[in-house]
Unconditional design. Sequence first.
Length: 87
Amino acid sequence: MNICIAGAGAIGCTLAARLANAGQTVNVLARGETLEAIQNNGITLTDIDGKYNVKVNASSSAQETRSTRPYFYLHKSTSNPHYVGAH
């Protein structure tokens, strides 16, 4: 499955890491320093199952993920203008 997560905060990164660790293809929409960190380092998650690092596709362009399904919107409402019309 090719999944997109719009928003790379705590919830978005947790979901992305768990899905990617389960073998799903994950695309994360992020901006600024967060985007750069995910592109360079992936996402590291420490939870009750342990600590793991996963690589995901990371982009700032919502247009690049238009055809992705399912699409999870996990961003702050102040980011709506960035994502409106993207999907």
